[in-house]
Design a protein around this ligand. Structure first.
Ligand code: GAL
Length: 419
């Protein structure tokens, strides 16, 4: 019932906005659907809005709150069904490929060729931005999910260094709990539980196991003892969140670490944008480090803007938006604020802080050593049906419906059914 109401509301919302948007778009602007509604995300988005307004291109904003973009994708489907797709839409990985295969996206080949995207956008992103040789979206950034964010003063007060191994991490959690500090700030939403699982699974299965399970959907890997261990580690994490974690938005969990209420948050590097938006400095106020046991890997998700076909060739506004997104100056200015790293390999790291510089170095190293993997939680390992099947099992386990052994059996079955 809940999902029906959600969809009905989404359609109503979409149809209400349509009239306004169509009118705004008729004045040569762009209507952009996205889910960047937190403080840090909005600050980053303003960089793009101002860039376009500087080119005389008006921006009709269509924000749809809900981390990870599930709600935004529901509204998008309603808008497309109503025959009035937005000009541009934030999208992730396999969702982009799905829309392209439905013939819904404009061809960006001309702007891509004119600006040499093929030479500067990493292959890992082109895998999702080009479908059947056609550029269908403009990559904005590269985020990664296997990060931990820590309040430095809280760790210092408890004699805790950035943990290198799972055992170090578990010991740090025990210390914080004994000191009466919430060890882990978390938001109990399926996409957040899955984001944590990205890192825990990588640390437990290792890169080959992660690839076999989440990218290749190998039943043996999905049902392995290592996967049972991953769910047992999720039990430890569940035991170290506060009582009010359920339903909390991700940026409110980040705020708990920012203000010292909690020691750690396991979240993608969009969390860094919240620290910066709060005026915090890496190395002084907070620490950023790879989840223990995943220091050599990167589980990535790239935000891209899909240009929806408006009934003809790509519009001049869509081409201008795509060009603005891939410009080196924008790539630096936006990603410095967003917490992500540039979507092109020729952008200097000069403007980036220590966490950003580490993110850029980690991405290059992982790409070079075969340790760069699409995030399962953020639609870069498999399509939405498989991703959502995994979400259901991971969040059911996190909420105590399954023990680790049962969760693994449910995971194997759910993935088999979803394919
Ligand atoms: C991710 C997206 C990020 C950020 C995050 C939280 O899927 O790539 O840009 O929006 O969700 O909502």
């Amino acid at each position: 019932m809940r999902s029906f109401v959600k969809t009905k509301t989404a359609i109503a919302l979409a149809l209400t906005v349509t009239a306004g948007a169509a009118q705004a778009d008729g004045h040569g602007g762009v209507e952009v659907l996205h889910w960047w509604t937190s403080g840090g995300e909005a600050a980053a988005l303003n960089v793009l809005k101002e860039d376009l307004e500087g080119q005389g291109i008006g921006w009709t904003d269509m924000p749809v709150a809900g981390g990870g973009g599930e709600q935004a994708m529901t509204v998008l489907r309603a808008r497309v069904t109503a025959g009035n797709a937005p000009t541009a839409v934030q999208g992730l990985g396999f969702d982009i490929i799905d829309w392209a295969k439905q013939g819904a996206l404009a061809n960006l080949n001309d702007v891509a060729a004119a600006e040499g995207w093929d030479a500067v956008v990493p292959a890992a992103l082109q895998q999702f931005a080009k479908v059947d040789g056609q550029w269908v979206s403009a990559p904005v950034n590269v985020h990664s999910t296997n990060w931990v964010w820590a309040n430095k003063a809280v760790l210092d007060a408890n004699g805790i260094a950035a943990p290198e191994t799972w055992d170090d991490f578990a010991a740090a959690l025990e210390k914080l709990a004994a000191a009466g500090v919430t060890p882990i700030a978390h938001g109990g939403q399926a996409w957040q539980d899955a984001t944590v699982f990205d890192a825990v699974a990588m640390s437990t299965l290792g890169p080959d196991g992660y690839k076999a399970a989440f990218i290749d959907l190998d039943a043996e890997a999905l049902g392995s003892d290592a996967m049972i261990e991953a769910f047992k580690r999720m039990d430890v994490i569940r035991a170290n969140v506060d009582d009010n974690f359920s339903g909390r938005d991700w940026n409110l969990a980040t705020a708990m670490v920012i203000n010292g209420e909690a020691g750690f948050q396991m979240m993608g590097d969009w969390a860094k944008g919240e620290f910066l938006n709060a005026g915090k400095v890496p190395g002084e106020d907070f620490l950023c480090f790879r989840f223990p046991g995943t220091q050599e890997q990167v589980t990535f998700n790239a935000d891209q803007f899909m240009m929806f076909d408006q009934g003809g060739a790509v519009s001049s506004q869509q081409a201008a938006l795509a060009s603005a997104i891939l410009s080196p100056s924008f790539q630096s200015a936006f990603n410095v604020v967003k917490g992500s790293v540039p979507a092109r390999t020729d952008v200097s790291n000069e403007a980036f802080d220590a966490c950003g510089k580490q993110g850029m170095a980690d991405l290059a190293a992982a790409a070079g050593s075969g340790n760069l993997f699409g995030s399962m939680a953020h639609g870069h390992a498999n399509d939405a049906a498989v991703k959502n099947a995994m979400y259901d099992v991971i969040t059911a386990h996190f909420n105590g419906e399954y023990d680790a052994e049962t969760a693994v059996m449910e995971l194997v079955d759910a993935v088999e059914i979803a394919q």
